[in-house]
Design a protein around this ligand. Structure first.
Ligand code: F0G
Length: 352
């Protein structure tokens, strides 16, 4: 039985022999070969489907680790700022650990599924009239002045937990890929993957370390532009972030690996979102930024034919039904409504 990332990767994590993991058996997500995308690009593309974690995003890896440590330290209350996925995950792991969770979100700017999760798992939801960056600044300060544990990715245990996805990729492929493509918001995850690949290279002797290709949404591309963005905007609300907390970690990952940080437009994100669905996988819009960016990098001549690339699909498409219903193929016409007779359905089926 898979026991979750803390137990499975104990030797690589800052836990003691007596540490009792708080777990929902996160991790062990599938690495799925993308046939059509591979044919389209001439690359060998694999999708790391993190949307199959217990709360539907990669955050569960980091949250398992952060909440394990919080519990060990006797914490009672967790707090985070979030564009939605961190709040869903914090709420779930707080429930699991018997703690309280306070989640601070940008009002009106998180996907419906994520909001539903936070409420269902019993979190206290506070919506600020502002953006994620403002919410993060507030909770960082509150965590310094109040007895609450911050579980955003500025908490180093979050990064520790999230690096386990890089381990899984190497274990599955038997080697590190040539390229790792990943969406970038607050930049914790790219930092975590790089740490994971570096550690596996050192301790498990993988042949090489991948080039790290991070992609921000164009309307929120602070790292690409080299300056914080006061009013970030993108349809990919998960990465609608103008001043990434792990900015330095992302730059290091890109520089040390010989990779790149790029920007993708909302149109490119939505196109890739539909390509991924054509592979049979429903991811959320932010996740598709990895695919959009990789395809663009290949078209720009940055990658050679036959290279192996893994795109991280960070979250499950079910979290954001509104965007899907607005941008799915065939959606414009809506469903065909017919009489409840075999003849009417047969006619619809035959297109008459
Ligand atoms: N993809 C999804 C689906 C996300 O939810 C996030 C971040 C990212 C990518 C970017 O990861 O921040 O480590 O660079 N979501 C955070 C949240 C900010 O609050 O749920 P990152």
């Amino acid at each position: 039985m898979w026991r979750g990332v803390v137990e499975e990767y104990r030797e690589f994590l800052p836990v003691g022999p007596d540490t009792e993991p708080v777990s929902l058996q996160e991790g062990n997500t599938p690495l799925i070969y993308a046939r059509q995308l591979s044919e389209r690009t001439g690359l060998e593309i694999w999708l790391k489907y993190e949307g199959l974690n217990p709360t539907g995003s990669f955050k569960d890896r980091g949250m398992a680790m952060a909440v394990t440590k919080a519990k060990e330290d006797g914490a009672k209350v967790l707090i985070c700022a979030s564009t939605g996925n961190t709040s869903a995950s914090a709420a779930a792991y707080a429930a699991r650990a018997g703690m309280r969770a306070v989640v601070v979100i940008p009002d009106g700017k998180i996907a419906q599924g994520k909001l539903a999760q936070a409420y269902m798992y019993g979190a206290q939801v506070v919506a600020v009239r502002g953006n994620f960056d403002q919410a993060l600044a507030i909770v960082r300060h509150l965590a310094e002045t109040h007895p609450v544990t911050l579980v955003n990715s500025v908490n180093p245990f979050r990064i520790e937990g999230q690096k386990t996805a890089a381990f899984e990729i190497c274990d599955e492929l038997g080697e590190a890929p040539d390229v790792l493509a990943i969406p970038v918001g607050n930049a914790g995850n790219i930092t975590a993957y790089w740490k994971g690949f570096v550690e596996y290279h050192l301790h498990r002797r993988t042949r090489h370390r991948p080039r790290m290709f991070g992609f921000e949404a164009e309307g929120a591309a602070a790292i690409v532009q080299g300056k914080a963005i006061a009013h970030p905007e993108t349809i990919a609300t998960a990465i609608r972030i103008g001043n990434p907390a792990s900015w330095n970690g992302a730059v290091e990952a890109v520089e040390q690996s010989g990779g790149m940080m790029g920007a993708v437009t909302d149109e490119e994100i939505l196109e890739a979102y539909r390509w991924v669905a054509r592979e049979g996988i429903f991811c959320e819009p932010a996740s598709a930024a990895s695919v959009a960016g990789l395809v663009k990098a290949r078209a720009d001549g940055r990658l050679e034919k036959g290279m192996t690339a893994v795109c991280v699909l960070t979250g499950n498409g079910l979290k954001d039904p509104d965007t899907a219903l607005l941008h799915a193929p065939g959606r414009a016409e809506g469903p065909q409504v017919v009489e409840a007779t075999e003849e009417a359905v047969a006619n619809a089926m035959m297109g008459s």
